[in-house]
Structures are given as C-alpha cells and as structure tokens.
Write a protein that binds this ligand. Structure first.
Ligand code: GLU
Length: 454
C-alpha cells in the first residue's frame, strides 16, 4: 500500500485570503514537507457567480508570497493563466465530468436518488464517530431538523454539484490521506465520512484546526483588523515572519522559543502537536517578529525585498549603481519593522529633492546653525578621505573648537542631508551619499536658509 501523505488546501475564491485560511494552507504545506508527501492546491470554485480570475489570484499571490509551493495539478494550457506557468492548481469548475461520473456511481449503488430535479444523498441514520487527530473522538448524532429528513442535496436542480459532494469526490479522486482544515468544517465531517463509505472507500484522516480569535477573544472575521493576509503583503511585513508567526498560532514546539527557522519547523512539525484551544491573534507580536526577521535575514534577501518596495513606491532605484544601492539598503537593515517604512526612511538616498520636515527646519536651521553648517561644508570639502570615521572625527573636532556638544552639529547636518530628524547612522549615510551629493545638499540648505532670511 502506498503510504505517501497527500494533503490539500482547498480554498473557495471569495476575493480574500483570511489569515486563518493562510494558516490552514501553511499547516498542510508543513505536513507535506515534514513527511515528504504531496501538497495539492485545489480551488473550490463551483459557485460560478463568485468565480473570478481576481479572486483566484488573491489566493495564489498570497501563497506565493508566503512561499507555499504546491506540488501537482494539471498542466495549464493558458500561459497567462492564473497559475502563471506552474503546474496546477486544480479547479473544480473544470472537473464536472468527474462529478457526473461519481453521481452516477451513487445512483446506481442506491446511495442517491432524484428528488424534484435535484439529486439527494441517502444519509446514514445512526450516529457517526469522527476520530479527529486534533479534536479527538467526536460522536455526531443527527440534529432534530436532520432527523426529519437526514438526506441532503448533492447536485442542485441546475446541475451544480454541492460543496459536500465535490469536496469528497475530489479528496477521494486525488488520494488525499489527511484533511487538515478549520474547525468550522467539523460539523460537515459526518456527512463526508458517510459519503466516502458509500463509495466503498475508507475516509482520510481528519485534523480540524482550532479557530483564530481576536485579542479580545471574539471570533476573527474578515472584517476584523489584520484578518486578511493582503494587509501584511501591502504593508511589507517580512513574509518569513508571517510564516513563523502563523506556525505558532496553534502549533507549539513546547519550548518558549518564538523565532524558529522554517527548516526546523518543517523537521519538527506534526499534527498531534497542534494545540486544541483557540489561538489569539496578536498583531503587535507579529509586527515585532517582522522587525526581527528583517534584522536577522541575509543582506541579499533584505536587498531583494527592499529594492522591490522602493521601486514600488516610485523611487528610481535602478538608475543608481548597484554597489550604491546595496550600501544604502544595508544601513536600513535592522531599523524597520515593515517595508512600508522604507521609502520615508531611505528615500533621500534616491532623490536629490530632499524636502525638509518643516517643524525640524524651523527648529534646527537657525542662523547660528546655518553658520556652523557652512563651516562643516568647508571642513568636509577638504577631507582627504570621505569615510564615516573621518567624517565623525572631523565633526567632533569642530564641535570641540566651537565648545558645543557634537549633537548640536549632528541634528542640523542630518536634516540638511536627509530632510529628516531620524534615519540611518549619520556618518555612514554621508559616506554612502558621497562627497558631491553631500556638499550639494549642504549648499542647498544654506541657500534655503538664505532665501528665508530675506
Ligand atoms: N472550500 C472549503 C473552504 O474554503 C474547503 C473545506 C475543506 O478544506 O475541506 O472552506
């Protein structure tokens, strides 16, 4: 018998990817990678009214951003299609012949019958026991309403297969061994198990993951703050941090570590360790983790993410030499929690049109400070080597000569070079900007002050 693990993420294209859905995808992916099994992506798009390319792309973009690659699916004939040349995913909307064949099978076996143009499944009357890998043993009896008529529609009168049916048929056809999904589906599982048996097949193992709650303990819905994965994509969180955080939302490595490399999670992840209680979502923790990941990641990875974010913000990063861009971006590493902060933090490297923070300019560009900046300009112009240590010692010498603290010079200098009062390490950013740019920016600040004094 083939014991290879086969799991799937089976989202319906609703137009968004909920953080809970992303976690379900992640747990399936982790289990597949941990066991050397197969991770299938199946788009459950039988609701044709809601089935748009955009809604599918939200899911695919989200999974790609998280790095959750899927393993199989039909080859796509449309090169611009939603899977952009990858294999798969499977689309239920393209599998109607499979469902038609399986309906016939149930009809001929006497497990289904026609009723007012629709097809209904003959549900078992006795209680169904579910041995869930996470929730434990659950005995499901018919509800009072079901007791009146336990049978349920599997194909509507317009010919559309219903969720329960296409979901089970595909899990069966695709050889799914473990169904890992949100606990909101536990109530459907008795129906699914009985349908599997009607096909003469043992059902897969089930693992229902507890829900994600808001910090106040209420159930997280798509309207809640931070509930959609797209929020983190748009704000430029480190995707590795989101993956790490989602792992901890319901899975516990049993020590109190929080930053855990993905390879280690893959090696250790297993279904019995998924915690049974609902997990509370903590946005502040995720934000912290994002900052930690940016600090800890390789310079190359940070460069890749940062250049993409800067370019998206409209800065023409490509027009600068690569060594300049790399050096500039390295001064921002470890200073940010999200990439959305980057254009403001580091934009001055990539444009000569530095605009001064008005409050800071009024406070720092005083006649006295402008006089000192003019002195610094001459001192910097005459430096033999334009490097951070030289710049620092020259500034300190000048501060000593003037009998002031270095900070008296540092703040106006930073404002003249960057337009801001905070940013990367000052002497390093000045070294990277280089003598020509820095002298030009000091000249600009002097001219600006001159024009104001008239
Ligand atoms: N299409 C269902 C959903 O998005 C899938 C349920 C399952 O994983 O079986 O909730």
């Amino acid at each position: 018998m083939d014991t290879t693990v086969r799991v799937r993420f089976a989202p319906s294209p609703t137009g968004f990817l909920h953080i809970g859905g992303a976690r379900t995808a992640l747990f399936n992916w982790l289990y597949a990678r941990h066991t050397g099994g197969c991770f299938i992506l199946r788009i459950e798009d039988t609701d044709l009214a809601r089935n748009t390319r955009e809604a599918v792309d939200v899911i695919l973009d989200g999974l790609r951003w998280l790095g959750l690659d899927w393993d199989e699916g039909p080859a796509t004939s449309d090169p611009a299609g939603p899977s952009k040349g990858d294999r798969g995913p499977y689309f239920q909307s393209m599998r109607s012949s499979v469902y038609a064949r399986r309906v016939q099978e149930l009809l001929s076996k006497g497990y289904a019958y026609e009723h007012e143009g629709a097809i209904k499944f003959k549900m078992q009357r006795e209680p169904v026991t579910i041995n869930d890998l996470i929730v434990g043993e659950v005995k499901r009896e018919l509800t009072d309403r079901e007791a009146e008529d336990p049978d349920f529609v599997i194909v509507r009168s317009d010919g559309q297969p219903v969720f329960h049916f296409s979901n089970v048929v595909d899990d069966l056809e695709m050889g799914v061994t473990h169904v890992i999904r949100g606990e909101d589906h536990l109530s459907n599982t008795a129906k699914h198990i009985v349908m599997f048996r009607a096909f003469g097949v043992e059902p897969p193992k089930y693992a229902h993951i507890p829900l994600i709650l808001n910090p106040d303990g209420t159930k997280m819905s798509k309207r809640d703050k931070g509930a959609l994965l797209s929020v983190y994509q748009e704000q430029g969180y480190a995707p590795e941090a989101v993956v790490n955080y989602l792992c901890l939302l319901g899975w516990s490595p049993k020590d109190n570590r929080e930053i855990i490399p993905l390879e280690e999670i893959v090696a250790r992840f297993d279904l019995p360790q998924i915690v049974r209680h609902n997990a509370r979502f903590d946005m502040a923790k995720l934000l912290w983790m994002s900052g930690e990941y940016f600090r800890l990641m390789s310079n190359d990875r940070f460069y890749e993410l940062a250049t993409e974010a800067l370019t998206k913000s409209g800065l023409n990063v490509q027009s600068f030499p690569d060594s300049y861009v790399r050096a500039a971006i390295e001064t921002c590493k470890g200073k940010l929690k999200t990439l959305s902060e980057l254009p403001v933090y580091a934009g001055f490297y990539f444009t000569d049109e530095v605009t001064y923070d008005p409050e800071a300019a009024a406070r720092l560009f005083t006649p006295q400070n402008i006089g000192r900046l003019a002195g610094l300009r001459e001192a910097f112009a005459g430096l033999a080597s334009f490097t951070a240590p030289e710049l620092e010692s020259r500034l300190k010498t000048m501060a000593a000569q003037l009998g002031v603290k270095p900070s008296e010079l540092v703040h106006p200098l930073r404002l003249a070079c960057t337009g801001k009062t905070i940013g990367p390490s000052l002497y390093h950013l000045i070294e990277i900007l280089g003598r020509d740019r820095v002298l030009a920016r000091l000249d600009r600040a002097l001219a600006w002050a001159e024009s104001r004094s008239k």
